[in-house]
Structures are given as C-alpha cells and as structure tokens.
Design a protein around this ligand. Sequence first.
Ligand code: NAD
Length: 370
Amino acid sequence: MNVMDEVDVTEKAGGISIFEQTSKMGHEQIVFCQDNATGLKAIIGVHNTVLGPALGGTRFWNYATEEEAIVDVLRLSRGMTYKAAVSGLNLGGGKAVIIGDVTKLKNEAFLRRFGKFVNSLGGRYITAEDMNMKTSDMEYIGMETKHVTGLPVEMGGSGDPSPVTAYGVYMGMKAAAKKAYGSDSLNGKKVSVQGVGQVGMYLVNHLVKEGAIVSITDINQERLAKVSSDTGATVVGMDEIYDLDVDIYAPCAMGATLNDNTIGRLKASVIAGAANNQLEHEGRHGQMLIDAGILYAPDFVINAGGIINISGELAGAYNKQQAYSWTEKIYDTTHNIFALATEKNIPTQDAAMKLAEKRIEDIGRVKLSM
Ligand code: NAD
C-alpha cells in the first residue's frame, strides 16, 4: 500500500482485471456471495487486516452494472483501512455491497443469508450499517453471525452513529479553523452545509450553538425547512452553495463534490465535512485546493466518529461518554495532519494517508516481534 497508488474515485474497473485492480489497491480478499433462493448478490471486500479485523458497513444499492459495485466495494473498503488506521483504532478496513432493489429484495431470509456469508469469514470481516441498511437489519444479520456491529442500544449496541460522527466533524472543523484563522472558535464564522441528513443536521446544531452563521441546502425540501426552522439556519439553493461567500464549506451529502467544476467557485478558506470521498481525484484535486488557498480537512479523518463509536461496541460494554471522548481526539489528529502537510509541502489528504500507512507499517512490525 502506498500513497502513490492513488485511485480516482470515478475510475471504472472496465478494461482492468479484478486481480490487477486489487493488486494496485492492496486488497487481501474479495468474496462474491450469491444465493438464488433469496436473490442475494453481494460482494465483501477485505482490504487490510494488519491492525485488526476488517470493519466496514454494508451498502445496499441498485448498481447499474456489476463493475460499478466492484469499484464501490474496492474503493470503500480501502477507505476504511485508512480511516481506522489514522484514528488509532486496532481495526482493518472492509466493506460489503449488496446489489439490487432494496424495496423488492430486503427481508428476514435475505438478511440472514447475508449474515451467513459474513459468518463464513470467521471474523476477518465485521459488518455494520451503511446506505439503505438500518439497525433493525443488523439484528437479522446478527441472528447468523456475531461479527456484526451497529446493533440497537437496547441490545447492547452503539445505535445510530450519526451524532458521534457529527461531533467528530465539528472537532475537525475547529482544528481547521485554528490553522486557517488562528483560533478554533467558530463564533461569527460563516459556514455552509451541503446536506442536512443525519450527520448534517447534528453538525448544524453544534455550529449554531457556537454562534456560527449557517447556510444549508438539501434535495429534501421538507427536511431542509425543518432544520431551518429548528436552528435558524438560512436556506440556499443546491447549486448556489458553491458560490456562497463563506469561511467554511461542509459537504455532508454525497462524494466527489470537490472537482474541476466546483473548486474554482468556492470562496471558503476551509473545507471540513462528513461526506466520504469528497475529492473526485485524490491527488489532482488535493493539489488544486492548495493552489486555491483552501485548507482541506481530509474526510476520512474527521468523519471517523462513527467507526470510533462502533469500536467502543466491539470493546465490550458500550460507553457513550467514552465514545465522545475518543472522538474528541479528532481535533489533535487533524492538527497533526496539517503539521505534516506543511512540513512536507504536500496535500493534507496525502499527509493523512502517510500517517495511516506509517501506523500500519509500525504496528505490523510490532505484531511480528516476539
Ligand atoms: P443522510 O442520507 O442521512 O443525509 C444525506 C443528506 O444529503 C440527505 O438529507 C439528502 O437529501 C441530502 N442530499 C443528497 N444529495 C444532495 C445534493 N446533491 N445536494 C444537497 N443535499 C443532498 O446521510 P448521513 O448519514 O447524514 O451521511 C452524510 C454523509 O456523511 C454521507 O456521505 C455518508 O457517507 C457520510 N458519513 C456518514 C456517517 C454516519 O455516521 N452517518 C459516517 C461517516 C461518513
């Protein structure tokens, strides 16, 4: 694994064999799961297990092609390796995707069959929630395997990770403000938030409480109106968000919003948000942000609150207070990444990846020692 083996998040697997792709990205194992009776088609990606079992959610999505699903599972599982490593967790990176129409396919038998496949990996892969999967789905999966997290609180699980994720993003944003403006106070700072779903909504609450001047946008007009009336945040148009005169832009909806079309339009000096894979192209767009004078808080560093929360569930009795205090360390981690990026004169994303790779290398060596 190496920072230089970067992968364009829009890259298609077409034309490249799966082994070529996994060798380039450093995956250990890809498992194709298929069951005619339930209609289950899933792929489990185990990227790296040096630090511990590969943890990562299961995404249920109606992919247009199998290639799209493969690219997604490869990219997402690799991202989890970096996220766990940079967060100081003893976990590796994995992810699963289930292919198909969630409204037609998802039922008890379907989910339990998937649970059986997860179980067949004997704990090398631990699953959790992701898009179109809920805590109640984890309960069914949990009937067939103990290698599942994100269970409801009443079952001893850590429940919805979104509030903790939002808290981590808030910590990362404060660290970025400190670097860019000399103070981590967000009081009076103009912040735009793209997407006020689970994480975005909790983030807006933190920001408003601290006295930030917040603008929000979302596809979902009902949700947008509710968050605006609850918090006093100003509603702006979906495209308008890129041209706003703000200090900080927080992408909290979908990935790849930092690209050739948007970076030149942004007026913010800081980008800090929850969305995964915000840079459309890790290397090129990381450099473009530097050239534009924008400080980027790497997404996988500051949105790690969810996985930190889950690691508390894996450690035994889940303790919410402890999960928040671990998540608070995102402030220091983000600060260290900025320092390394400045010292080496490299994009912050590369610095974060280097720190993650160094930890995997160092701890891997420790594990091999007597
Ligand atoms: P969510 O689905 O609850 O919220 C996403 C919101 O974005 C929705 O309200 C949706 O309507 C809106 N949206 C979608 N496309 C949009 C667009 N083009 N413009 C504006 N708004 C748009 O998801 P979430 O759990 O809040 O997660 C938000 C992001 O953070 C995702 O990228 C997710 O992968 C990432 N993330 C979430 C967690 C977590 O704990 N939930 C952890 C790590 C990363």
